[in-house]
Design a protein around this ligand. Structure first.
Ligand code: OGA
Ligand code: MN
Length: 295
């Protein structure tokens, strides 16, 4: 097994070759987990797997989340979140179908499941069919952004931000990014949840901003003032570190640590190109507002 780190200054984004997750030793599994927690994103090259193999590998990291209703495909396991413009009959969906519009919401920077009361730890995304052009996934390091927060330029101090709790919602983020796509009963099932604005990673003990598109406002603040601040933090994250663009090969895995990195999908021609991605998501332990933070 070989590990190459793309951004050494930020300790960000590793690529692992020469390993097969279908047949992995305990030692190599522990190494992969440590690499993920150290570098935030890990590419595992050449992984020709099916759903059961993906689920089995993913369970080694912890309990898995169940896919939400818009992420499911009839006939596949509940643990698989399907991001795809291809339907259960293997046809390309119309570009104005709900699923395609819903998936387009992934093109805003986000952290997976930050809108669930217990947010996820890791996402494990497997490419099953990819377009020739476009459809890459981008990653940015929210820890580097915090560690380089410009104390002169930005008014709130990290000491102040460290105390803040935010409200996250996928109804809010999709409303902003894709328009009003959910019915009332779904909206009622997905209320705002509280998350810390700054989280300390339990393995590295280093802190990162925890924002992204699902983050709406700060508890106890004026909504518009807090949205301005959240935008300032999101903008800072995008401008402070390196955005790494991952161009997918077919049959590979990218895993990321949602407690530290933000990610987004990028454009591809949904009307003619097929894209099938299957994600498993490792559940967290508790709501992040209950975690302790250190700077
Ligand atoms: C995801 C996601 C983006 C993409 O799997 O959580 O946001 O490029 N994917 O498919
Ligand atoms: Mn995502």
């Amino acid at each position: 097994m070989q590990i190459e780190v793309k951004n050494k200054k930020q300790d960000f984004f590793a690529v692992i070759t020469d390993v097969d997750i279908k047949n992995i030793s305990n030692t190599n599994f522990v190494k992969i987990k440590q690499t993920l927690e150290t570098y935030g994103v890990v590419v595992l090259k050449n992984q020709n797997i099916n759903d059961n193999q993906q689920i089995e590998f993913s369970r080694k990291f912890g309990d898995l989340e169940k896919a939400l209703e818009h992420d499911k495909l009839e006939g596949i396991q509940d643990e698989i979140t399907r991001i795809s413009n291809v339907d259960q009959h293997n046809n390309i969906l119309p570009v104005d179908s709900k699923k395609v519009i819903y998936d387009r919401g992934n093109r805003s920077w986000h952290s997976d499941s930050s809108y669930k009361s217990i947010p996820s730890k890791f996402s494990i995304l497997s490419s099953r069919e990819i377009p020739d052009q476009g459809g890459g996934t981008e990653y940015i390091d929210a820890r580097y952004a915090l560690e380089t927060w410009n104390k002169k330029k930005h008014k709130p101090s990290l000491e102040d931000l460290k105390q803040q709790i935010c409200q996250h919602s996928i109804v809010y983020s999709r409303m902003v990014n894709t328009g009003d796509i959910f019915d009332e009963s779904y909206k009622n099932k997905m209320p705002f949840v509280k998350q810390r604005l700054i989280r300390t990673h339990p393995f590295t003990q280093r802190s990162a901003f925890y924002v992204g598109s699902h983050c709406s406002h700060i508890v106890g603040w004026d909504i518009e003032i807090s949205r301005k601040l959240i935008k300032e933090i999101n903008d800072w994250i995008m401008n402070s570190g390196e955005i790494i663009h991952h161009k997918w090969s077919n049959k590979e895995i990218v895993m990321w640590d949602n407690r530290r990195v933000l990610h987004r999908g990028t454009y591809f021609d949904e009307s003619s190109a097929r894209r099938i991605m299957h994600r498993t998501t490792v559940a967290g332990d508790m709501p992040s507002y209950k975690e302790s933070v250190k700077l």
